[in-house]
Write a new protein. Structure first.
Length: 172
C-alpha cells in the first residue's frame, strides 16, 4: 500500500525520494506555491504550514516523516473567492507589502489564535493562573518566528487583533 499524507483534505502519495523536505514536496511536487521558501533554514517562517493543528517550518522537516498527517497550507485556508477571516483582516489592515511572508504569517496566525483559545501560555504570558488573552504582547511574541522584511508588523498585529476581537464578539 502506498504511504500517503493528507494535504488540505486530500490524500497524496509521499514522494519517492525520502530526502524531500515537506516544503519542496508542497511547492515542487504538488504545485502548491503559496507556501514560500525564504531562508530554507528555519529562520524566517515564510514556509510555515499547519500539521495536525500545530504550525511548523516546512523547510525543516521531511515529507516522509508525515505519513497520515493532516497538513494545511495557505491554499487550504482560503483563496481569492473564499478568503478566511484572517485573510480579509490582512487585506483590510494592509498587512503586507510584497506579500512574500504573508502565507506563513496567516498560517502562523491561525494556529496561534487556536493556541490562545486552548489556553496555552507563551513567554509573554505574565500570569499563568489567569486566562490567556490575545493582547499585543502575546501576538508579537507568538508571531516572532515569522519575519517580514518589508516591516509590515504593526498592520499584521492589528489584523490579528481584529480577528481575535471578531471571534470573541461572536461567542458572546
Ligand atoms: S524557509 Fe523555512 S523558515 Fe525560512
Ligand atoms: S510583506 Fe514583504 S516580507 Fe512581509
Amino acid at each position: 500500500m502506498t504511504a500517503t499524507i493528507v494535504i488540505n483534505g486530500t490524500a497524496q502519495p509521499l514522494p519517492a525520494d525520502p530526502r524531500t523536505s515537506l516544503l519542496d514536496f508542497l511547492r515542487h511536487d504538488l504545485g502548491l506555491t503559496g507556501t514560500k521558501k525564504g531562508c530554507d533554514h528555519g529562520q524566517c517562517g515564510a514556509c510555515t504550514v499547519i500539521v495536525n493543528g500545530l504550525r511548523i517550518n516546512s523547510c525543516l522537516t521531511l515529507a516522509a516523516m508525515h505519513e497520515d498527517d493532516a497538513v494545511t497550507t495557505i491554499e487550504g485556508i482560503g483563496g481569492p473567492d473564499d478568503p478566511s477571516d484572517l485573510q480579509n483582516a490582512f487585506m483590510a489592515q494592509d498587512a503586507f507589502q510584497c506579500g512574500y511572508c504573508t502565507p506563513g504569517q496567516i498560517c502562523s496566525a491561525k494556529a496561534m489564535l487556536d493556541e490562545i483559545a486552548m489556553g496555552w501560555p507563551s513567554d509573554a504570558t505574565a500570569d499563568l493562573t489567569a486566562e490567556v488573552t490575545c493582547n499585543e504582547e502575546e501576538i508579537r511574541e507568538r508571531m516572532s518566528g515569522n519575519l517580514c522584511r518589508c516591516g509590515a508588523y504593526a498592520n499584521i498585529v492589528a489584523a490579528i487583533r481584529d480577528v481575535a476581537k471578531e471571534r470573541a464578539d461572536a461567542t458572546v
